[in-house]
Write a protein that binds this ligand. Structure first.
Ligand code: ZN
Ligand code: ZN
Ligand code: ZN
Ligand code: ZN
Length: 500
């Protein structure tokens, strides 16, 4: 936590505070690390343990406050015991039993705002210096349904039953707004999503192409060292350049990203990617023209959500509203198969892929999203393990990875988690295909060596990226395994060639 920080905070009237690189940064350089000001359940949470955030059936309750926990160890975690546990037990606010613990439980809405408020009292200096100036946009949020929702589920709950009228309505709304706009998601070791408030990370401006990589290390101790974030340069960043993180899902097309940013973060993104008709050549939003053979349909004003969209070749026209509807329909189809795994999962996604191949540009976001799941399924699914796959499907996996990487190189450049995972997925089929080709005399020994080297280099790049992930998360564990595999391949290269 004590290494020097490689950024400066600057300020202008238009965007407020932002961060710039203090010196030339190389991809992978640590820019800063920090502890969260507070962290806790996300909004719309189902019933989870207030200690470790795992799903619970609500039969075990904290002996002090009677809120759901897994066991005694969870109820004693400082993040619970020293925060809401004291408030709830003192005020006698018990958890109200619910019918279905897997459904959204509104009683959880107050938890993270409450932790921020209590943290404000515990760390007033940190609040003043790092949190109080954060954007909450109370003015913009006031007419918004979320405001009413917070008023009911957070403000009135805390000031009423929880007897916390020492916190004003305004302050509580401000805290809710600060969380909505500035909190970052993190994953616990068992994969639950929580939200964390990182003051420095929140200073970084948004850009739909991020140049930093951040990784949150959840340990599960519930103390000060839990959920620290490490922010690194994802690509080489020249001294004086802005540091940008992305508050949205980079795989989405501009229409969807900008709508999300407007609705949840209250600003209109005008970044280079959003301003460009082809989204920097990625064609994330582009459709194929159905009226002619060669045309593609592009927005006439990328920063508008109502403008005309036109074919580049013929007279065909449509508009942003209609395109947005097409995207929503495809997203729904993809969401509907979200939980389908195994061979059916592959088939279901390949079916959607085939269905929209004639409608969407090959690099369109939804093709990319489907690829990002398919590359994970091919090779790891029962009946579809790498050893099972015929060359045709190995080639399919390679093709999907390469098409995905072409887009990721632009929208998730450098040391991004998804690039690391995709490179890892690519190396396996490359290796097996090379061996098959050699065995079938399609390539000679030298060509085989070259192909093998290519696969090993791909693995090496994956390791370089994934080793930035905390070892507590699956990507970090994969990095350890991949590093070992890389070492073995390097050491046994000649043997591998001879035994092929
Ligand atoms: Zn627990
Ligand atoms: Zn408790
Ligand atoms: Zn943008
Ligand atoms: Zn056309």
């Amino acid at each position: 936590m004590n290494q020097k920080e490689l950024f400066n905070i600057e300020r202008n009237d238009k965007v407020g505070r932002y961060a710039v690189a203090k010196e030339n940064l190389r991809a992978g350089d640590i820019i800063f690390s920090e502890k969260p000001f507070a962290y806790g359940p996300k909004s719309d949470s189902p019933c989870i343990c207030v200690g470790c955030y795992n799903f619970v059936d609500c039969t075990n309750l904290c002996k002090t406050c009677s809120w759901p926990v897994c066991n005694a160890a969870c109820e004693n975690l400082p993040s619970h015991r020293e925060f809401e546990c004291q408030v709830f037990s003192k005020a006698g606010v018990k958890f109200q039993a619910v019918e279905d613990p897997t459904e959204v439980c509104l009683q959880y809405e107050c938890l993270t705002p409450l932790r921020v408020l209590l943290s404000k009292e515990k760390h007033p200096k940190r609040w003043d210096e790092e949190i109080s100036m954060m954007e909450a946009h109370n003015d913009l949020r006031k007419n918004n349904p979320i405001w009413e929702f917070n008023q009911h589920n957070v403000v009135e709950y805390l000031r009423g039953p929880c007897k916390l009228d020492r916190f004003s309505e305004d302050l509580i709304h401000t805290v809710c707004g600060i969380l909505e706009i500035n909190a970052f998601e993190a994953r616990t070791n068992s994969g639950q999503l929580i939200r964390c408030l990182f003051p420095k990370l929140a200073i970084l401006s948004h850009n739909c192409v991020s140049n930093i990589h951040h990784a949150v290390k959840y340990i599960g101790t519930g103390d000060d060292d839990d959920c620290c974030v490490t922010v690194r340069a994802a690509i080489d960043i020249p001294k004086g350049s802005q540091l940008n993180s992305s508050y949205t899902y980079s795989l989405w097309p501009t229409l969807v990203r900008r709508e999300f940013l407007k609705e949840s973060k209250y600003f209109d993104c005008t970044c280079e990617r959003c301003s460009d008709k082809t989204e920097l050549g990625t064609h994330s939003g582009t459709l194929k023209c159905q009226k002619c053979d060669n045309g593609v349909i592009l927005s006439t004003e990328p920063l508008s959500d109502i403008c005309e969209w036109k074919c580049t070749h013929c007279e065909f026209k449509t508009n942003a509203v209609a395109v947005r509807k097409v995207f929503a329909a495809i997203q729904t189809e993809i969401d509907n198969v979200d939980c389908t795994i195994g061979p059916e999962g592959i088939e279901a996604r390949e079916t959607i892929y085939r269905k929209y191949r004639s409608v969407l540009h090959p690099k369109n976001s939804y093709m990319t999203i489907l690829r990002s799941v398919l590359v994970q399924l091919y090779g790891k699914t029962e009946g579809y393990t790498l050893e099972d796959l015929p060359d045709l499907l190995l080639e399919r996996k390679v093709e999907l990875c390469q098409q995905l990487l072409e887009v990721l190189d632009i929208i998730e450049p450098g040391c991004s988690r998804i690039r690391g995972m995709t490179l890892y997925e690519l190396h396996g089929p490359l290796m097996i295909l090379a061996r098959h080709q050699y065995q079938n005399d399609a390539i000679n020994k030298d060509q085989f060596k070259k192909e093998l080297k290519k696969a090993i280099n791909t693995l090496e790049e994956a390791v370089k990226i994934l080793k930035q992930e905390p070892e507590t998360l699956p990507e970090g564990q994969l990095a350890v395994m991949a590093a070992e595999a890389f070492k073995q391949l390097e050491e046994n290269f000649d043997l591998l060639v001879e035994n092929a």
